[in-house]
Design a protein around this ligand. Structure first.
Ligand code: NAP
Ligand code: G3P
Length: 479
């Protein structure tokens, strides 16, 4: 019987695998099934970890140039199938097809950079020149940590997967990869290509199933050495409570503020804020999720934001609209709740607040104050609150009072103000005169508080997936 092309298979120990139980992945645009992935069980997952543990020993000892050659073959297949992967991604997460292609291009570049950077991960050597000891030479290699569990979110299902998988593999680890259910079709497609590229059995494995059902089975396995997770703070915090003795890299949610001072280039700031807030319908961890604007220029900025936002196209991913359906109805309900709470407490709707199913027009609320939930919560939707401030100290306090600390941006033409404010913001990175953003991908990327733990970024990821292993040569001085 011919295989149903909308059913994708997991990859366990070098075999494409299905167990006849399926999770249906819905298309957020049509509300019809986009495909199915296996609903794996504890037995399947335990078997996967065992395979990953065994395979890692040989993979970790393979010369790095051989590992790079195999990973490069996999990359070539991703380039070959880029268009197909973009269409699949678009169907399951409602990302515009052009944006999906661009995500894959970015991911290919990520892989290329990673494979080159891995060659520069030289051992460090130390001489014994302290404590009165001179007859020692320590060489510290970067050795793999072992078995990596990589869990990715729905919004960048290729980029935020390869940015865990490739740094982990090239440094000699094996990987058990669990894509987000919305995003698992392209995730398992990646696995099919890994198999075609002849990545050795057990070195890279991809498992599927609903996180709410298999999450604990995945994270509580004692074989895991590192969990690299990107997703919501709720799930990230649950992982940090429930995981066993493993290293954790958590990249979680955010409430990134854009602080606009009265000497900012307002035209430029407004363009960047609209892009930062509404790209991929606001479903970016690093989206601008609140604007803190000096009261004296707030009317001018608000007018510019309204004009630019109303030029955005709203529609379906195949038309490459700026705003496409958000991932699911609970996201819409959450936005509606936040909007109602803000309006009830005195905010005004500048633009938007229109809904058709899960297609939501880009919405800006003004007169937002700190007693409103929208000032603090992450909607993960095209919804932007504007908060005016009189004193920059208040703006910094509001920025830092968030439970999140991913990124922030500061718009000003005064470098002294920019630097002084940037130094005081309790976040992973501050962008001066640009939107908050993770890329370029080789920059270290990290969040504080509920935004995460540990560091990603190409070099930082290679370091995060390795540990120093020292071999110390001792000798007796002989003259
Ligand atoms: P999510 O609901 O937390 O899901 C993320 C991943 O965790 C998915 O693979 C999900 O699988 C899995 N999961 C769910 N429950 C689990 C459990 N109990 N144990 C283990 N894994 C579990 O997040 P999302 O909706 O995909 O993504 C949106 C969130 O991610 C936002 O908060 C956003 O800010 C954040 N994010 C952060 C970054 C960053 O780098 N800081 C980047 C992108 C997104 P299922 O899909 O099967 O439930
Ligand atoms: O959450 C998504 C984020 O990783 C997207 O990357 O560079 O657009 O912030 P960037």
């Amino acid at each position: 019987m011919e295989k149903n092309k909308n059913q994708y298979q997991a990859l366990i120990n070098g075999e494409l695998y299905e167990n006849k139980q399926w999770v249906t992945v819905m298309n957020p645009t049509t509300n019809q099934p986009a495909g199915q992935v296996p609903a794996l069980t504890k037995t399947d997952i335990d078997k996967t970890y065992q395979a990953a543990k065994t395979a890692q020993i040989v993979w970790g000892q393979m010369p790095i140039l051989k590992r790079i050659e195999l990973l490069n073959n996999w990359k070539q297949l991703i380039i070959r199938d880029k268009k197909n992967m973009a269409d699949i991604m678009s169907s399951e997460i409602a990302k515009g097809v052009k944006a999906a292609v661009s995500e894959i291009d970015r991911s290919v570049e990520y892989i290329e950079y990673t494979l080159q950077e891995a060659l520069r991960l030289h051992p460090q050597s130390y001489t014994g020149d302290s404590w009165g000891v001179i007859n020692k030479l320590g060489v510290f290699e970067h050795v793999p940590k072992g078995v990596i569990l990589a869990i990715s979110p729905f919004n960048y299902p290729v980029n935020l997967s390869v940015s865990k998988i490739f740094p982990a593999l090239v440094t000699g680890n094996s990987v058990v990869f669990k894509p987000a259910t919305q995003g698992s079709l392209v995730g398992l497609y990646l696995a099919k290509l890994a198999n075609e590229a002849k990545i050795p059995p057990g070195v890279f494995n991809a498992v599927s199933g609903k996180g709410s059902e298999i999450g604990d089975i995945l994270i509580e396995n004692p074989i895991i050495n590192v969990i690299s997770f990107t997703g919501s703070a709720d799930v990230g915090n649950r992982i940090s409570k429930k995981s066993l003795k493993t290293d954790l890299i958590l990249e979680l949610g955010g409430k990134d503020p854009a602080i606009v001072l009265d000497d900012a280039d307002l035209e430029d700031a407004a363009t960047k804020i609209v892009k930062g807030a509404f790209s991929y319908s606001g479903q970016r961890c690093t989206a601008i999720k609140r604007v803190l604007v000096a009261r004296g220029i707030s009317d001018k900025l608000i007018t510019l934001l309204k004009t630019k936002t109303e030029k955005l196209t709203v529609g379906i991913p195949n038309d490459n609209c700026d705003i496409t359906p958000v991932i699911d109805m609970p996201t819409v309900e959450n936005s509606k709740k936040l909007i109602k709470d803000a309006l009830d407490k005195g905010a005004s709707c500048l633009t938007g607040n229109q809904f058709k199913g899960n297609l939501m027009s880009p919405t800006i609320l003004t007169n937002v104050t700190i007693n409103m939930d929208l000032a603090w919560e992450e909607p993960f939707a095209p919804l932007l609150p504007i908060i005016a401030f009189d004193d920059i100290k208040d703006a910094i306090k509001i920025a830092n009072d968030s439970k999140y600390g991913l990124q922030a941006s500061v718009f000003t033409t005064n470098i002294n103000s920019a630097m002084s404010i940037a130094k005081q913001l309790d976040v992973g990175s501050v962008n001066i005169n640009d939107q908050s953003q993770r890329g370029p991908d080789h920059f270290p990327f990290t969040g504080v508080k509920d935004s995460g733990l540990g560091v990603q970024g190409i070099h930082a990821s290679l370091i995060s997936f390795t540990r120093p292993k020292g071999i110390v040569v001792n000798w007796k001085t002989k003259i």
